[in-house]
Design a protein around this ligand. Structure first.
Ligand SMILES: [Zn+2]
Length: 114
């Protein structure tokens, strides 16, 4: 699967956060458990169909909530847990992510396929 660079970067960040969350919550399943694999898989699909593509802000700041309910709940848990830890474990990525999250979401009037 190939994502445009901007989306790949976001995906890498999400992946790190999910790995961190999984190893602390779901134990020794390596590298991540099936539930978290499914979440990552879902996240990559959402990124691929993101209407903003290269112009997107980070998913957490986006005005379009394209995750379905249960996936959204999971990803919010992961971000809450791993977000603050990222600054220690992956400071460069965490700071880049912060910069990206300062972007404004471009005006979007269409519909997002969920
Ligand atoms: Zn897991």
């Amino acid at each position: 699967m190939t994502l445009p660079p901007r989306l790949q970067k976001e995906f890498d960040t999400i992946k790190l956060m999910v790995e961190l969350y999984c190893s602390d919550h779901h134990g020794e399943k390596k590298p991540i458990c099936s539930e978290c694999t499914e979440l990552l898989d879902y996240a990559s699909k959402r990124l691929l169909s993101c209407p903003f593509q290269e112009h997107k802000t980070t998913c957490g700041k986006c005005s379009v909530h394209c995750y379905k309910k249960d996936m959204r709940r999971k990803v919010v848990d992961v971000m809450r847990y791993s977000g603050p830890k990222m600054i220690w474990k992956h400071p460069v990525k965490a700071i880049r992510h912060l910069f990206d999250s300062r972007r404004k979401t471009p005006a979007f009037t269409g519909k997002v396929k969920i």
